[in-house]
Design a protein around this ligand. Structure first.
Ligand code: THU
Length: 134
């Protein structure tokens, strides 16, 4: 698993913050931006998309992952998530991302300051994640 360079980290953080404004979150008012770096150096982004039927809400990380996979991404190297207070990905998103990069770097970004508040690998966030193949 490749490590992201500092330039790539800076770009991911900037993209996650920039895209966050596109979130559709009229119910929670909690706007989330996510950016994914794949092993070819490409960056994909996503936001949370809520729905009047609340349970249908899609998190920013899963939106970004779907975009990445649609573009042909195979492996995730790093994921940046930007929220107020640098919230950690929910359990569902941890498992969803685990499929494509169990040891990828996860960056928790405070969207108000741009600061990376916490960095860890995905398998630190999700020990013993589920995979059909190993
Ligand atoms: N949300 C995300 O986008 N990512 C997460 O990992 C956790 C939560 C969104 C879903 C919902 O639109 C809002 O944050 C509040 O839960």
């Amino acid at each position: 698993m490749a490590e992201p360079t500092q330039d790539q980290i800076d770009e991911l953080v900037a993209v996650a913050i920039a895209v966050r404004g596109m979130a559709y979150a009229p119910f929670s008012k909690f706007y989330v931006g996510a950016a994914i770096l794949d092993n070819e150096g490409r960056v994909f982004s996503g936001v949370n998309v809520e729905n009047s039927s609340y349970g249908l809400t899609i998190c920013a990380e899963r939106t970004a992952a779907g975009t990445a996979i649609t573009a042909g991404a195979k492996e995730f190297v790093a994921v940046a998530v930007a929220t107020p207070g640098a919230a950690a990905p929910c359990g569902a998103c941890r498992q969803f991302l685990y499929e494509f990069g169990p040891r990828c770097t996860v960056l928790l970004v405070d969207s108000e300051t741009g600061a990376v508040k916490h960095t860890a690998t995905l398998d630190e966030f999700l020990p013993s994640g589920f995979r059909l193949s190993s």
